[in-house]
Ligand binder design. Structure first.
Ligand SMILES: *Cc1c(COP(=O)(O)O)cnc(C)c1O
Length: 467
């Protein structure tokens, strides 16, 4: 499979190339040259397979020509071996037609593990083969940092530095990062907020000399490999609910639009998903777009579902590219309007076409707490403040009669304060994390100054990189 940029001015790459590149050099996002298709018979043949086996078969067309099937299969097995549920992504029925697809049984209790655990193996495989080393640098407000650290801890050809705002992540989130003591992991607690951390990372990448010397690489959700790795669980869930004979809908708590885009990709591949419900908190750019064609920037406001607190959904560019008939010139034009004006009017016909498949839903903090408590009372099911928004969206917005897969993206124990507000008690950590509060932590303090951070990273990893 070849990969091309949504903005049409970057070289085409194979899977390994797109994996290592992340963002395309023209600022666009890599997309497969075409969507692989599975016939109804081929889908049926995947029914009943263990998750890693199904994942390898669904992903094989994407890695074709770059990574062999046996290698891919072995990486899928290893990636999900550490999950705490035998089904990897179990489906839990909550109502006649609503099913929670639990994506949080990985090491850091959030759905980011589904992609990053596999991407860690893919990176190592490709780097070893090409005899390269990389130095991942990223900023986190919580979930992504810990999932990325867990995914690459102890790997030979990768080092990772994660900046978090000192004192501004939850204790569970901080400990999930700082209690990983592997030599290739550096946690920096920056005297500043999340935006300061992000600005430092941007400055490090903008320093071409430093970037090349250290072989800097990123782990954000614009990497196509992360999208691909999120496709198999929709196939797994839909097959369990009667696909390909029966249509389903999906409802997904959305931030950067990566998870729901993977569901849409599954539909392009032949899975009968009839409706995509985009669930957001008060940071509702996508819901405003779907309701009123208002794709405009607003200041990000903190909410009870912090992993969905975004101003722009980067992966929406990929959907736009598709709905513009894969016209890279027009996509480039739309995105440059957005960058300069902070708003992006979408041609009416395109907006209407998107609305025939996607529906928006918005949930305030007060509604989020009320929904957690109501679901708990009615079913005994405890959902975290992200997942519950998807579940509420499924109830409010799904077409009558269709089974809805509501993506459950985090374990409630990750957000004990919100849960306590909703139901009056704190959820216990699951067994594999029960020692978290007693584990040794390792991190360094860093000033809010990118050149000081550059020196710390260099001191720690320069030797490692030239080994
Ligand atoms: C990252 C994240 C989301 C948002 O997913 P996107 O792919 O960015 O839309 C939702 N919930 C949780 C718990 C997350 O960690």
């Amino acid at each position: 499979m070849r990969y091309l940029s949504t903005r049409g001015q970057a070289p085409e790459l194979d899977f390994a190339g797109a994996l290592l590149a992340g963002l395309a050099v023209d600022g666009g996002l890599y997309m497969p040259a075409r969507w692989p298709r599975f016939s109804a018979g081929e889908l049926r043949a995947l029914r009943g397979l263990p998750y890693p086996e199904l994942a390898a078969r669904v992903l094989a067309p994407f890695t074709e020509g770059s990574i062999g099937f046996a290698g891919l299969q072995s990486m899928c097995r290893r990636a999900y071996a550490g999950f705490s549920h035998k089904a990897i992504t179990p489906l839990v029925q909550l109502d006649t037609n609503i099913y929670a697809l639990e994506l949080f049984h990985g090491p850091t209790l959030a759905f980011k593990d589904m992609a990053l655990q596999l991407v860690g193996h893919l990176f190592e495989h490709v780097l070893e083969r090409e005899n390269k080393k990389i130095c991942i640098v990223g900023a986190t407000s919580g979930d992504t940092g810990s999932a990325a650290i867990e995914a690459v801890a102890g790997r030979q050809n990768i080092s990772i530095t994660i900046l978090h705002p000192h004192g501004k992540t939850s204790e569970v989130q901080r400990r999930q990062m700082t209690s990983v003591l592997a030599d290739n992991v550096l946690n920096l607690a920056v005297d500043g907020n999340f935006d300061d951390c992000q600005a430092i990372v941007k400055a490090l990448f903008a320093d071409t000399g430093f970037r090349e010397k250290m072989s800097l690489s990123a782990v954000n959700s614009i990497n196509f490999a992360r999208i691909a790795a999120q496709i198999p669980y929709y196939v797994y869930a839909a097959l369990n609910l009667g696909a390909p004979e029966r249509e389903v809908a999906v409802a997904v708590p959305t931030g950067n639009f990566g998870n729901i885009l993977a569901a849409w990709a599954a539909r392009q591949m032949g899975l009968p998903i009839a409706r995509f419900i985009v669930a957001s908190n008060r940071n509702d750019i996508l819901t405003r777009f779907l309701d009123a064609n208002d794709m405009s920037l607003r200041a990000v406001e903190p909410s009870l579902s912090p992993s969905m607190d975004i101003g722009i959904s980067s992966n929406f560019e990929r959907l736009l590219f598709e709905f513009l008939g894969r016209d890279a010139g027009q996509t480039r034009h739309q995105l440059s309007t957005f960058a300069t004006q902070g708003r992006m009017p979408i041609p009416d016909a395109v907006w209407q076409a998107v609305r025939r498949e996607f529906t928006g839903y918005r949930c305030s903090d007060a509604e989020t707490l009320a929904e957690i408590s109501r679901l708990y009372r009615e079913t005994g099911y405890l959902a975290d403040p992200h997942s519950v928004i998807g579940i509420a969206a499924a109830r409010e917005k799904a077409p009558v009669g269709l089974p809805v897969i509501a993506a459950a993206t985090a374990h409630p124990a990750k957000f004990p304060d919100a849960i306590e507000k909703a139901i009056g008690s704190r959820p216990p950590l699951p067994p594999h994390l029960s020692g978290l509060y007693d584990r040794e932590e390792r991190y360094e303090h860093a000033p809010n100054d990118w050149s000081a951070v550059a020196r710390i990273v260099e001191r720690r990893f320069a030797n490692r990189n030239s080994e």
